[in-house]
Design a protein around this ligand. Structure first.
Ligand SMILES: *[C@@H]1O[C@H](CO)[C@@H](O)[C@H](O)[C@H]1NC(C)=O
Ligand SMILES: *[C@@H]1O[C@H](CO)[C@@H](O)[C@H](O)[C@H]1NC(C)=O
Ligand SMILES: *[C@@H]1O[C@H](CO)[C@@H](O)[C@H](O)[C@H]1NC(C)=O
Length: 193
């Protein structure tokens, strides 16, 4: 993992620069440069790769928290909240778990506000790439709205280069105890050709 670790550090550094000068902006959709600047490392577990016919349209850096609730014996992921930044220093949306009517937890979602668009997805595959960080993941869209916005035509989402976000290593002692854990990652968005 040496060369990709170096890449991760470089990306983290770039991301830090992005955040330090972030400002609000109306972003209608990913640009051709956004698509070209997507970085997906080679040698990924095949489970993390979307089916043929789907192409990357952009990537966003996310910084936020993973939310855990104790079920009595373990910390269970119940939500995530993060701000999303593009490569032009713009805070273009948020990530969160959309609450489900059937009360079975939430569904990972990414929402842009200007114009509004949202994609909700389900996790297909995860890989523990770094010991001290949450998994890398592939998700497929289950619902989307706002075709002219950033996320209206997203079909797959990859979570790559995760940093931190794990729950405490000690088991919870109290049922329904909650905790949050800071994390950052890159989300890569795909659409169908
Ligand atoms: C709590 O979650 C863990 C991990 O998902 C699971 O193995 C365990 O059965 C759950 N316990 C209860 C009481 O639901
Ligand atoms: C996750 O947190 C966001 C922001 O607080 C909230 O709007 C959303 O309903 C929460 N999702 C779940 C599943 O609790
Ligand atoms: C995680 O840690 C274990 C034990 O230290 C080590 O054997 C393994 O290679 C590590 N895995 C990764 C993906 O770094």
């Amino acid at each position: 993992m040496t060369s990709s670790s170096a890449k991760v550090s470089l990306l983290s550094l770039l991301a830090a620069l992005v955040i330090s000068c972030a400002h609000g902006a109306c972003t209608t959709s990913f640009t051709a440069e956004d698509a070209q600047s997507v970085f997906v490392p080679s040698g990924l577990d095949p489970g993390l790769i979307p089916p043929e016919g789907n192409v990357p349209i952009g990537q966003l850096f996310a910084v936020g928290t993973q939310h855990y609730t104790a079920n009595g014996t373990a910390w269970v992921l119940t939500n995530a909240t993060a701000e999303l930044f593009n490569s032009r220093s713009e805070n273009v949306g948020v990530h969160f778990y959309l609450a489900q009517k059937d009360a079975k937890g939430g569904q990972p979602s990414w929402e842009s506000s200007c114009p509004r668009s949202i994609v909700t997805a389900k996790r297909l595959f995860t890989a523990q790439v770094q010991n001290n960080s949450i998994t890398w993941a592939l998700l497929s869209a289950t619902d989307s709205q706002g075709y002219s916005g950033l996320f209206g035509d997203v079909t797959y989402i990859q979570r790559l280069f995760t940093q931190d976000g794990l729950p405490p290593s000690s088991a919870p002692t109290e049922i329904n105890a909650t905790c949050t854990s800071s994390y950052s990652t890159f989300y890569v968005y795909y659409k169908q050709l």
